[in-house]
Design a binder for this molecule. Structure first.
Ligand SMILES: [Zn+2]
Length: 414
């Protein structure tokens, strides 16, 4: 039976969201957490955007070093030969790409405004796919932007042309969050049957149905005989009302009535890392986790009313569908309540050695010179993120100072 894979797009859709952003070190840590959790692919950025180049290269180097393994790191570009060429020029080691182009009548008339007709859309896409293979891509997904408002027959023509040119998957983008679970099930099943290639499902929450639509679309693809790839973001952060939340999607796939044990993940997701990941993303984006967020919200396992509290104390299964331990919750959080020395952009070596000595025993064995170099990098990281670095960021910089240096390097106007 076909399987479901998670393709997280936080580092692409999440960071392109209005008013939000992440530093390159924060993006890197997210990739590390996603990898440890078992996520199949991270759409880790924009290979045609100059300020991303060093970050993307550094993360590919971490993959070669085995730090970001087995997760696949995929770039997002527009489906044009020009974008493919720029991507390979700026990030020569990139091997996984998703090529995106609008397919709906609305976008063809409303966005391209006569510059592109339907046949141009297919022509540009296949040319870009060919160029990606020629440049050394190992996997190519093709994104139909606004697929949910595209005529099904045109999507079949588009998908078959992509398949003929070797594309591995079709991304069905519900760009405006227009679908409902019943319609997207049908569309994804239809496309899986007609195209005979795996279907990626990309949903937004404008009508509050991103998670429901994602799992329904995946069910459709599988019932149509193909693997499904669900696009998620951490804490559902994404354009406008957001994307399908990673933790909620995994919970839905593994715990819900119709999915549990029937529609399976292709790679096991370690949910016990969910809590740490969600907290880190919340801190890095500077957005609180809603109190009622599935699994990781402050109220997800809180009970106040007499009947519920009594019931859950007798047997948690009376009022809880899954246990908090499964999500990595339950450890009391360590908050310093006494004297605190914080690493910042104006820190000195003595305070910094104190912090690192507490966190990493091996740091005590480093030379003064190495310690100073790491402190310098931490200062720069703080300049970029404008907030105290979390322990994992400090340890990352101490472990991989050369990589950190590249992540912190920004050289415009070259
Ligand atoms: Zn999107």
């Amino acid at each position: 039976m076909p399987r479901i894979y998670i393709l997280d797009v936080t580092n692409r859709d999440g960071v392109q969201t209005a008013k939000l952003g992440l530093s390159k070190i924060e993006k890197t840590l997210l990739n590390i957490y996603l990898n440890k959790m078992g996520v199949f692919q991270s759409e880790f950025g924009f290979p045609t955007t100059k300020h991303e180049s060093l970050y993307l290269q550094a993360n590919l180097e971490l993959a070669e070093m085995g730090v970001l393994k087995p997760i696949r790191l995929g770039g997002w570009i527009r489906a044009t030969v020009g974008d493919v060429e720029t991507a390979f020029k700026l990030v020569p080691n990139i091997r996984h790409l998703n090529l995106s182009i609008s397919t709906s009548e609305q976008m063809i008339t409303g966005k391209f405004q006569g510059r592109k007709k339907k046949h141009d859309v297919i022509h540009d896409m296949v040319e870009a796919v060919d160029a990606a293979w020629a440049k050394g891509a190992e996997s190519v997904g093709v994104n139909a932007e606004d697929a949910s408002r595209t005529a099904p027959e045109f999507l079949v023509d588009f998908g078959l042309a992509a398949k003929e040119h070797g594309a591995n998957r079709l991304r069905y983008c519900d760009t405006l969050g227009y679908e409902d679970p019943f319609t997207i099930y049908k569309s994804c099943r239809f496309l899986a049957e007609k195209l005979g290639i795996p279907i990626e499902i990309h949903c937004h929450g404008d009508l509050g149905m991103a998670v429901a639509n994602s799992v329904a679309g995946a069910k459709g693809a599988i019932d149509g005989g193909q693997d499904a790839y669900i696009n998620t973001t951490v804490n559902g952060i994404g354009e406008r009302a957001g994307n399908a939340d990673l933790v909620a999607v995994v919970l839905a796939l593994t715990k819900s009535k119709g999915f549990a044990g029937k529609y399976r993940l292709g790679r096991k997701i370690d949910l016990s890392r969910a809590w740490k990941l969600a907290k880190f993303a919340s801190y890095a984006f500077d957005i609180p986790i809603p109190i009622n967020q599935p699994g990781v919200g402050a109220n997800a396992f809180s009970h106040a009313s007499g009947i519920h509290a009594d019931g859950v104390l007798k047997d948690p299964e009376n009022y809880e569908l899954y246990g908090y331990e499964e999500l990595g919750r339950g450890e009391p959080e360590f908050v310093e309540t006494g004297r605190e020395i914080i690493a910042g952009q104006y820190s000195g070596i003595s305070g910094f050695s104190h912090i690192m000595g507490k966190k990493d025993v091996s740091f005590r064995r480093r030379s003064q010179e190495q310690a100073r170099e790491i402190l310098e990098l931490v200062r720069y990281a703080n300049v970029e993120s404008h907030k105290p670095l979390v322990e994992d960021e400090l340890l990352f910089i101490a472990r991989y100072p050369k990589i950190a240096k590249r992540l912190l390097t920004l050289t415009p106007l070259e």
